[in-house]
Design a protein around this ligand. Sequence first.
Ligand code: MF3
Ligand code: CO
Ligand code: CO
Length: 275
Amino acid sequence: MNQYQHVDDSAESLRDGTIKLHGPAAFEAMRRAGRLAAEILDALVPMVQPGVATGAIDDAVRQMTLDGGAVPATLGYRGYTHSCCISINHVVCHGIPSEKVLKDGDVVNIDVTPLLDGWHGDSSRMYLVGDVPLKARRLVDVTHECLMLGIEQAKPGNRLGDIGAAIQAYAEQNRYGVVREFCGHGLGQLFHDAPEVVHAARPGSGPELKPGMLFTIEPMINLGKSAVKLLNDGWTAVTRDKSLSAQFEHSIGITEDGCEIFTLSPKELHKPPYA
Ligand code: MF3
Ligand code: CO
Ligand code: CO
């Protein structure tokens, strides 16, 4: 069985478990969706302040997504009713926007997914709320470094596991835990597609990386142990030991000689401090 499939990017995508190999039209569409995701994350910087409710941030994300000619892919996705995920402190991912207000010292992940002209941009960044203790800032810094070290491994000839291996090695050198329950994923016309991009792996394991593959890398790194649990709302994932967790996410495409990052910040607001 061939696990790869060259696809016609002008036709509808099927979730058939194969790893899709896309052409130039898909890269152009992903560039546009990815740029919008990055612009939204850039525009949120001044808004992430003590006293702001996460629901207000969600409203701003929805409005900016619509203004950009896109729709938030999370709206109505498997029963999710918000336009982004906002994960504070020990929340690992999929935090639900609410009346909850950000407070001084919080570290926050905001994850946005505009669906533009049928293609998904998926990206998240960490934000620091007011004065954040050094331990937490260090976790955020190392998590961004984990993402970028993973991206460095994203090139033809390498295997998918080389990405997770680089992330895991750097996180564990820093005595942090790498979350296993949530992964990066193929994307394009589908929000979540093959392959699964794990963030802890053996070097040289997994499928070979080939030009035309589109996927996210989105490591979740914990200050404490790697274990997570799901809250009763069915979405919110938190660290079992209540330690802080950080995450950054980019959407990328494998090229002939490396990869293209679709969700890079046009304002170079790659990681905090953004001021
Ligand atoms: N954006 C998340 C990801 O990186 C998915 C969020 S799905 C939601 O894959 F329903 F929780 F919003
Ligand atoms: Co994602
Ligand atoms: Co995301």
